[in-house]
Each structure stands twice: as structure tokens, then as C-alpha cells.
Write a protein that binds this ligand. Structure first.
Ligand SMILES: [Zn+2]
Length: 483
């Protein structure tokens, strides 16, 4: 086992070095370095892929197969075998074709979105879908879309997702209708004036240690799209972006803090092996959503942070108190853009994407019919229609990057987060008091103990002690938004 672990650790060191190249590209790298950076990333990624599919690795696995192994080592072997199966399922030609196509398509998409140019982007999307269908076929199994979902959440299938999403589809419109009727979350005050980036940055910076991220092992920087990445467990990097007319950077920072805390608390003794990896993208999103919504956007946390905000933005917030700030931050309003959406509408955006991408991959919808199908669903679920492609079918980068099967993990993450919310409130009787005082260490510790430290050693079902249940999430939403 020692030899295998050493081997994996060497690959891990290269892999985390690639992360550093990405992080730098998105934060500090001068634009002119784009080409050489792409080559550096591609070279190292190729080496990592080669190492993870190499006969040397296969031999090491075989060698350990015959031995009596501890439970953890057995799990480790199982995880490496699974990765090996995925990594070797695809012919190298398809892998390079896909990476070339999606990197080109991503560039085309970024430009086309700015220019509302669906015609230029559509042929690329068509090619990507064809290639994704081919890829899905290589993984085996009849349901192509299922094969792609598993890349992001091994425990999920489209029939499981259908059950969860059908419940949400049925209930969310009623909750939203009730919220509209009650007006508390819809007729909210808007901000006037500007909020300096420097002051916002200072507040965001203070959130990292407050939530439990060690300043000695984490950084906060700026990028055009917020993200979190790490160069190993002791090196967590998060980014945020600033809008001078709003304070949303606080919540997007909390979101990324949630991601980073998961990674920071993975079992360090297994670092370098798949045992110390996050369980799935759904679980990852449950962590970020928890810190963003259940902590950050809670009444208790807004009560805590209101004096801090008012001290920093005295004139801008002169007409606000904790109550009005709570409703402003939790305004419910249908929007065309997913990333600007409130907690209630957000899942409808995801359900639309899920249904469309499932139909695209399974061959039930063609790219030429996609914009009309998109608009029809927005009219049906959100009662709004995009006036252009950029605010409609072309708004997300996922499809251009070939990430089919990723979208549902956002809403599954939301459902998980509600399960954790229910569990933590039972275990920490003073949960709300802790949040109001911003004494967040016990909450951080709870997640470390019940989620993070298990890495890939437990299933999602084991972490929440049962099956995912959309009703748990719906109850959380009703409690929060219906008076
Ligand atoms: Zn996230």
C-alpha cells in the first residue's frame, strides 16, 4: 500500500500545482500570458492523466489486491479502481477532441454572449452534444444522461432526480405565490449610493476567520467570477467580485468560504489519496449553500452584521435597520439570470436546465429547437421571457465547457443543506443564538465532524442518515419565507 500511496501522492502534487496555475490565471496573470499558460496547464494535465491511466498504477493495484487490507485501504483501492475505469473508458482521441472543442467553444461562447450571437455559438453546441453522447456511450449503461450525472455525483441518477425535482416543481410555485401575496419579501427597499470596494473587502476578509478558515491557510482575492480552489488541504484560495451598488459580495464570499471549509477539513492523514477528496459536487454545493443561505442570509446573522455594515456605510444605510436589511437581502423576484436569483426561484432555473440538457443528451431535443424550448419553460415556470439569447439560453458557461450533468448538483446541494440544517439544529440547541452572536466555531466543528472529515469514506445517505427528501428542503423554505 505504501508504494501505491506514494504514487498517488506524486500525482496529487502535480495536480495541485495545476490548480495554482488556474488560480493565478483567474486572479493575477497578465492577459498576454494566456497562450503559454494554456500550454503549461495542458502539459501537466496530460502528465496527470497519463499517470492515472498508466500500467504502473494498474500493477500497484493488482499487487495490493491479493493482500489482507484494512477497511480504509479497501475503500482506497475501490476508489482508485473507479477513477481508473473512468479515466481509461475514453479513447485518448476523444479526450483531446473534447478538450480542444470545449476550450474553443468557451471562447466563442464568451464573445457570442456579449454580442447576442446565437448563430455563431449554436454549431459548437451541436458538436459538443454529439461528442458528449459518444462519451456517455463509452461509460456503458443505456441512459446516456445518467452516465454524465455520475461524473459529478456518483450516487445520483436521473430517475432519483426526477422524484426530487417533481416535488419541487409542484410545491415551489405555491410558496412563491404565497410570498407574493404577503409582500414582505417582494416590496423591499433598494440600496442607494455606492459601497466602496475597499470597505467591502475589509468586511469580507473578516468573514474568513469568523467562519473558521485559518488565515494562515487561506486567501481571499478578486476575480470576474467567484470561485474556490486549493493547492492541497493547507492552502485554500477563494475569490469574490464587487458590485459598488450592492453588498452581495458578502454572500458570495460566504458561499465560497463554505466550499473552502469543506476542502480545508478533509482528512489530512489521507491527503494525496481519493479518500481525502470531497464526496461529490452536490455535497460541495450543500456546504457553500449552507454558509450562504442558512448562515449568511438568516435573520440572526443579518442582526449580527447590521451594525458592522452601518458603521462602514453610515450614509448609504442610514434608512436601513436589521429588519429592512434582512428583507432587502432576501428579496424574492423572478429574474432571467440564474446567478442573480433568490433562494426560491433559483431551483426553477436549475430544473429548467436539467430538463433541457437531459433532453439534449438523450436525443429528445435538437439544438435548433433549444432557444424556443428555453423561452417556453421560462414563461411556464417563472412567467418571464428573455428578450435576447444572452439573458436566455446563452447565459451560462457550463454547456460551452462540456459540463452536462452538473446543473442538478446545485439543487441537490440545496436539498442536502436543508438536511444538515435540520440535523445541526437538533445537535446544537443554541444554534440560532450562536449565529446571532457570530460564534460560529461550534457550527464549523459540527460540519468537520459530521461531513468534512469523512471525505469519500461515507455516502451522502450515510452522512444525512437516510434518503434525500425534497420535503425537508421545502419545509425550510416555507419556514423562512412564509410568515
Ligand atoms: Zn458553489
Amino acid at each position: 500500500m505504501k508504494e501505491l500511496k506514494n504514487y498517488l501522492n506524486q500525482v496529487y502534487l502535480k495536480d495541485t500545482a495545476i490548480s495554482l496555475l488556474y488560480w493565478d490565471r483567474e486572479t493575477y496573470m497578465p492577459d498576454g500570458a494566456n497562450d503559454i499558460r494554456a500550454k503549461q496547464i495542458s502539459l501537466l494535465s496530460g502528465e496527470v492523466h497519463a499517470a492515472m491511466t498508466s500500467p504502473v498504477l494498474k500493477k500497484l493495484l493488482q499487487k495490493n489486491n491479493q493482500k489482507k487490507l484494512s477497511k480504509t485501504d479497501q475503500k482506497l483501492i475501490e476508489l482508485v479502481k473507479y477513477d481508473l475505469k473512468l479515466n481509461t473508458a475514453l479513447p485518448p482521441k476523444l479526450v483531446s477532441e473534447m478538450s480542444e472543442l470545449t476550450s474553443k467553444a468557451s471562447n466563442i461562447w464568451a464573445k457570442a454572449r456579449k454580442e447576442n450571437d446565437w448563430k455563431t455559438f449554436a454549431p459548437y453546441l451541436k458538436k459538443i452534444i454529439k461528442l458528449k453522447q459518444k462519451e456517455a456511450d463509452y461509460y456503458g449503461g443505456k441512459n446516456r444522461y445518467n452516465n454524465l450525472i455520475k461524473l459529478f455525483d456518483q450516487e445520483m441518477t436521473s430517475s432519483k432526480i426526477d422524484v426530487l425535482f417533481d416535488q419541487l416543481k409542484l410545491a415551489l410555485p405555491h410558496i412563491i405565490a404565497k410570498v407574493n401575496e404577503q409582500k414582505k419579501h417582494t416590496q423591499t427597499k433598494s440600496f442607494k449610493g455606492t459601497f466602496s470596494q475597499e470597505q467591502q473587502q475589509k468586511i469580507n476578509q473578516s468573514l474568513l476567520p469568523l467562519c473558521g478558515l485559518d488565515p494562515n491557510h487561506s486567501r481571499l482575492d478578486i476575480s470576474s467570477h467567484p470561485f474556490s480552489i486549493n493547492m492541497g488541504i493547507p492552502d485554500q484560495r477563494i475569490t469574490t467580485r464587487y458590485n459598488s451598488h450592492h453588498l452581495e459580495s458578502i454572500f458570495s464570499t460566504l458561499h465560497e468560504i463554505g466550499h473552502a471549509m469543506y476542502e480545508a477539513n478533509l482528512p489530512v492523514k489521507y491527503q494525496g489519496t481519493p479518500l481525502a477528496k470531497a464526496l461529490s459536487m452536490s455535497l460541495h454545493e450543500s456546504q457553500s449553500r449552507f454558509w450562504e443561505n442558512m448562515i449568511g442570509l438568516s435573520r440572526e446573522f443579518i442582526n449580527y452584521i447590521t451594525p458592522v455594515l452601518k458603521k462602514n456605510f453610515k450614509s448609504q444605510l442610514a434608512n436601513f435597520n436589521a429588519d429592512s436589511l434582512y428583507y432587502t437581502f432576501n428579496t424574492v423576484k423572478p429574474s432571467l439570470i440564474r446567478v442573480d436569483s433568490d433562494e426560491l426561484h433559483y431551483n426553477l432555473h436549475i430544473i429548467i436546465r436539467y430538463e433541457l440538457e437531459k433532453a439534449l443528451i438523450n436525443g429528445d431535443l435538437s439544438v435548433s429547437d433549444l432557444p424556443a424550448a428555453w423561452n417556453k419553460m421560462y414563461k411556464h415556470y417563472l412567467h418571464i421571457t428573455p428578450k435576447n439569447y444572452s439573458d436566455g439560453v446563452m447565459q451560462d458557461s457550463h454547456w460551452a465547457g462540456g459540463s452536462f450533468g452538473y446543473f442538478p448538483t446545485y439543487t441537490i446541494g440545496n436539498i442536502y443543506s436543508a438536511h444538515f440544517y435540520q440535523m445541526i439544529k437538533k445537535d446544537l440547541a443554541n444554534f440560532h443564538t450562536l449565529v446571532r452572536k457570530a460564534e460560529l466555531q461550534p457550527i464549523h466543528n459540527w460540519f468537520k465532524q459530521h461531513v468534512h472529515q469523512h471525505g469519500k469514506m461515507k455516502t451522502g445517505g450515510q452522512l444525512i442518515g437516510g434518503d434525500l427528501n425534497a420535503a425537508v428542503y421545502l419545509n425550510y423554505l416555507k419556514d423562512k419565507f412564509i410568515i
